[in-house]
Design a protein around this ligand. Structure first.
Ligand SMILES: CCCCCCCCCCCCC/C=C/[C@@H](O)[C@H](CO)NC(=O)CCCCCCCCCCCCCCC
Ligand SMILES: Nc1ncnc2c1ncn2[C@@H]1O[C@H](COP(=O)(O)OP(=O)(O)OP(=O)(O)O)[C@@H](O)[C@H]1O
Ligand SMILES: [Ca+2]
Length: 561
């Protein structure tokens, strides 16, 4: 703490009541000076949660702030917590208290000291942000949410923002990859998981470019990203926001950004043969979740409801798929997916993982054999194989909780421990699968079913048959993916995958559609599903996934317990 910060105390007025106010380096407290000693009310605000200190009596309005200059008054804005009706987590709102001092000199002294204390606590706060708004995400409220709620808050906190309202898919990703980002402390999206994914790909790609690292090599330890990512939820699922903050509330998220909270996050890279396909933080899912996404893309016009409709249709179609899942188990001494714990703010499992990351940073290539891109069997772990017919194969780096499933796909998964949970749902009767799905909406254990297995892993591989890593099955998949995209293409804009050849990417829509139609000739009940990667369909079935510990940082602090 800076030497020149002194303790300040005085009797100040708040409305018609007199309070004894105390400012230490860490807290601002005020206690009512009533005659009734027993019922003394104290409010205590950590300086780290003070948003702004303003001269006069200030109100926040959608157009900015309104100040009445009362020359002995000052206003303090800060984080205020209330419990949320829709989840157990806390909602944050902007608290405001107007203090009246006995003299103007004393008022100036309080403002100076408070601002000085704030400065010492605001080293990790962003000063300049690059904000991307998707005007079409979720219920199409992104622009309105930013203009009426979030912009004025950032302005009050003294954050300068460069705002881009996107005009096409992937604009935010391309901007981050290519434009000058000097002076920005973080990037923020106003949108859903798809917009977050654009920022994720931009930030990771940019960081590896600058570090001269290839994203395609799954054996490489990637460079972790300095640029923070903020999410103002305005999408359909907003799973990344919900799982890292605990609620989907734009003001709560904006306040986490303002006070510079920092939450590291594991990221899974998905590869096909020797190319990176995409990154994921939430769900890499084959079978049910792949089919739901493919079906839902055809009904984008329904908005967020499309997932319930698609989910019901896919459930009724009663499909299962053959395949081979291979995985490298994580070290079971740190945690396991059925240990009934929750990853909460300040999580000890994640903190230990941070310590290991900084104290002992092993060369990731020792996990792999030197002569091929396959993981080595004799060093850090062995591939375990599971062959069969599956309803769903899901990999999640975090709990993936969302309003639809408040505890998520894997309730005990950790945000920043360098592992992901692999959930294998083997073929079962329809009622069994419905029980599994339904348990996602309750507190009942969805893994306590005889046809479900869950493993904490560092890497996963999937193939259609044993030893079939690069074979003709690719064509079958491509036919299915292109057929699904065909029906959805008019609504969802162009989808790009990193492993897609450049000539294919540059094809005009018209040519793409003709090619897709030509491939549709043999459509019958599909024998392969598609992969859902954080809400995007992957054009490959044979994939390799690797978890990268704490690759990115969000403006969040995990769920407050
Ligand atoms: C009986 C009630 C069953 C309710 C089952 C609820 C399970 C919910 C599990 C949610 C998991 C979310 C995982 C997050 C994935 C995100 O990275 C991604 C991008 O936003 N979202 C999706 O892919 C979007 C995926 C959305 C999946 C929604 C699935 C809805 C299933 C509804 C099934 C109804 C069966 C009714 C039978 C009569
Ligand atoms: N101006 C735009 N026009 C068309 N598509 C856009 C535009 N801006 C962004 N997108 C794309 O829209 C997709 C969906 O957006 P977003 O994630 O914001 O909402 P959502 O799909 O409703 O929510 P969720 O992903 O949570 O289900 C993203 O993948 C993004 O790439
Ligand atoms: Ca994890």
């Amino acid at each position: 703490m800076d030497g020149h910060l002194v303790r300040l105390e005085a009797s100040l007025w708040v409305g018609k009541n007199r309070f004894w106010a105390v400012l230490t380096g860490w807290h601002l407290n005020w206690t009512e000076l009533s005659k009734n000693i027993r019922n003394k009310m104290t409010v205590s605000i950590p300086v780290s949660e003070v948003v702004s200190v303003q001269v006069g009596r200030v109100h926040l309005i959608p157009q900015g702030s309104l100040s009445e200059d009362a020359d002995r008054d000052f206003t303090v804005f800060y984080v205020k917590r209330t419990s949320s009706r829709s989840s157990n987590a806390l909602l944050w709102s902007l608290g405001r208290t107007q203090f009246s001092c006995p003299s103007r000199d004393l008022r100036d002294q309080w403002i100076t000291q408070l601002r000085m204390a704030l400065k010492t606590h605001s080293r990790s706060r962003p000063r300049r942000l690059l904000v991307f708004i998707n005007p079409f995400g979720g219920k199409k409220q992104g622009r309105n949410i930013y203009q009426s709620l979030i912009g004025p808050l950032f302005e009050l906190a003294g954050i300068s923002c460069h705002v881009v309202v996107t005009e096409r898919a992937n604009q935010a990703r391309d901007h981050i990859l290519k434009k000058d980002l000097t002076g920005f402390d973080g990037v923020v999206c106003v949108g859903g998981d798809g917009m977050f994914s654009e920022l994720l790909h931009g930030v990771i790609g940019r960081t590896q470019q600058e570090a001269g690292l290839s994203e395609h090599d799954p054996t490489l330890t990637l460079q972790s990203c300095d640029l923070h990512i903020g999410i103002i939820p305005a999408g359909s699922t907003d799973c990344v926001c919900f799982a890292t903050v605990g609620v989907n509330d734009p003001v709560t998220s904006a306040l986490h950004i303002i006070i510079g909270d920092s939450q590291p996050l594991d990221v899974c890279s998905v590869h096909h043969r020797s190319s990176l396909v995409r990154y994921s933080v939430s769900l890499v899912g084959y079978g049910f979740y792949g089919d739901v996404l493919a079906e839902s893309e055809k009904h984008r016009w329904m908005g967020p409801l499309r997932y319930d409709y698609a989910g019901t249709m896919v459930y009724l179609s009663n499909r299962s798929y053959a395949g081979v899942v291979q995985y490298i188990p994580a070290d079971p001494q740190f945690s396991n997916p059925r240990d009934n714990t929750r990853c909460l703010s300040g999580c000890s499992v994640c903190s230990k993982s941070t310590e290991r990351l900084f104290l002992y940073s092993p060369d990731a290539s020792s996990l792999y054999s030197s002569h091929s891109s396959q993981f080595s069997c004799d060093t850090d772990g062995e591939w375990v194989s599971v062959e069969g017919r599956f309803r769903a194969v899901s990999l999640t780096c975090m709990s993936s909780s969302c309003p639809r499933s408040p505890l998520g796909l894997s309730p005990s998964a950790h945000l920043a421990d360098g592992t992901a949970d692999l959930i294998i749902v083997r073929d079962t009767h329809p009622l069994g699968f419905l029980t599994f799905l339904h348990r996602h909406t309750t507190t009942q254990d969805q893994f306590d079913l005889p046809f479900v297995d869950v493993h904490r892993v560092k890497a996963v591989r999937f193939s259609l048959r044993p030893g079939a890593e690069d074979d003709e099955d690719e064509d079958v998949v491509k036919k299915r993916v292109l057929a699904e995209e065909d029906e959805a293409s008019s609504q969802s804009g162009s989808k790009q995958h990193l492993a897609e050849p450049a000539d294919e990417r540059d094809m005009t829509n018209d040519k793409r559609l003709k090619k897709k139609r030509a491939l549709l000739c043999c459509s019958k009940a599909p024998s392969v599903s598609v992969w859902n990667c954080d809400g995007e369909i992957l054009p490959y079935t044979e994939i390799l996934c690797r978890v990268h510990c704490q690759l990115v940082r969000l403006y969040a602090r995990g769920i407050e317990g």
